[in-house]
Design a protein around this ligand. Structure first.
Ligand SMILES: NC(=O)c1ccc[n+]([C@@H]2O[C@H](COP(=O)([O-])OP(=O)(O)OC[C@H]3O[C@@H](n4cnc5c(N)ncnc54)[C@H](O)[C@@H]3O)[C@@H](O)[C@H]2O)c1
Length: 369
């Protein structure tokens, strides 16, 4: 009988699976995971700190009705890890963390619950700094901040940075300019056909930057209000029926700005664009899609790199928010995106892999200091 090594240990239940991920897999290695409970308010939360190598772990609080507690822990682990990479490449001296509150926010969100949550965040003494995410809003952060000083994403009246989509869109535009430089040797979208899927908060601002730069813009959105609002503001844009029609519409650039998973086995083979650069999180539906894009000669600007303007904006709150200072930092997304393309070429890997390598390098260097 052979010796059983840790890599041979297989999880026997979902809970075991989470611990396996945390302690033994490449997706784990988190420094700290805190399970929080306050029965009076109904709070059940998970705070995951992936890395504090570069500084306190910054990442938002997701409020969601998870199918199980294990699923919630898994989501917190994945999201926290993602924040370490995003913050590292955003040039922030901040590590990565994320929290999830378990339950339907429409049903259980209350002031008591948010205050109890704030006390848990406070108990970490600044190792974790929170912000908004899906299911939590600026008004919620204002409540959390009554119990805890390590909160960003508050309202401007409470010292907050306000709507983070402004610099998110600006950062995506910088990433797209860098992509244009890499693809066509000129950092401008002038004369390019750019398709934006999802014209909500970020997509709307992005369209403004693109038109100002002289691009021809096509948009689509599932919500009629979003389409009507943007068409009223910019009558010169073309509205396309749906995302499927958009990605087939002879584009130079495709900008996914709606939900995750936009790049998958169905969409990648039919993409007409030479460049993909957009705000949506988790655009690659599964590992391997980044290689499919590269094999088709499509330049993919990694989502977490180009959409970091929002985290740059809220991180600035920690020093007393200054929009111009935050914007100057978000401008650097141009250089970072170009550096990733160069590293990808040098290492012979897709840009998504090169981005991960650069982020890991920055964290490793910080750990050695
Ligand atoms: N807001 C930020 O600061 C920020 C920061 C980083 C990343 N992101 C990511 O960027 C994306 C957009 O964020 P947002 O704040 O603009 O959200 P939003 O909800 O304001 O806008 C999303 C838009 O996409 C549309 N949409 C949804 N499904 C669609 C589909 N299948 N096809 C076309 N349109 C569809 C919605 O109707 C909506 O108008 C999200 O993936 C978000 O996670 C946002």
């Amino acid at each position: 009988m052979g010796v059983t090594t840790v890599t041979d240990v297989r999880p026997t239940s979902d809970a075991d699976g989470v611990l396996h991920t945390l302690f033994r897999s490449d997706q784990g290695g988190h420094e700290q995971v805190v399970l929080c409970q306050d029965r009076e308010s109904g709070l059940k939360a998970v705070i995951a700190i992936h890395s504090t190598a570069l500084g306190p772990a910054l990442g938002g609080t997701r409020f969601h009705a998870y199918a199980s507690e294990e699923e919630a822990v898994r989501d917190a682990l994945n999201l926290a890890r993602g924040m370490s990479y995003k913050n590292a490449l955003a040039g922030l001296d901040l590590g990565g963390g994320k929290a999830v509150i378990i339950g339907d926010p429409e049903v259980i969100k209350s002031e008591e619950l948010l205050l109890a949550y704030g006390r848990f965040v406070a108990s970490l003494g600044g190792r974790y700094v929170t912000a908004c995410d899906v299911g939590t809003y600026v008004a919620d952060m204002d409540v959390v901040a009554r119990e805890c000083q390590w909160v960003t994403g508050r309202s401007p009246e409470n010292g907050g940075a306000g709507d983070s989509s402004v610099l998110t869109a600006f950062g995506v535009f910088q990433g797209m300019r860098a992509s244009a430089e890499a693809a066509w040797g000129d950092p401008t979208l002038r004369g390019r056909r750019v398709g934006v899927a999802g014209v909500g908060k970020v997509g709307h601002h992005l369209v403004g930057h693109l038109l100002e730069d002289g691009a021809e813009v096509l948009v689509t959105d599932v919500r009629a209000e979003s389409v009507d609002r943007i068409k009223a503001k910019y009558p010169q844009i073309t509205v396309v029926a749906d995302t499927d029609a958009l990605i087939r519409a002879d584009l130079d650039v495709y900008a996914p700005c709606a939900l995750g998973g936009a790049l998958n086995d169905e969409t990648v083979p039919v993409l007409t664009a030479k460049v993909v650069c957009g705000a949506a999180n988790n655009q690659l539906a599964h590992p391997g899609v980044e290689k499919d894009l590269a094999d088709r000669g499509i330049l993919y600007a990694p989502d977490y790199v180009v959409n970091a303007g929002g985290v740059i904006q809220v991180a600035d709150e920690m020093h007393g928010f200054d929009f111009d200072r935050a914007k100057a930092k978000a401008t650097k997304i141009f250089d970072t995106t170009l550096a990733i393309f160069k590293r990808a070429e040098a290492d012979g890997v897709p840009p998504a892999a090169a981005a991960d390598r650069l982020a890991e390098q920055r964290m490793a260097e910080a750990r050695q200091r």
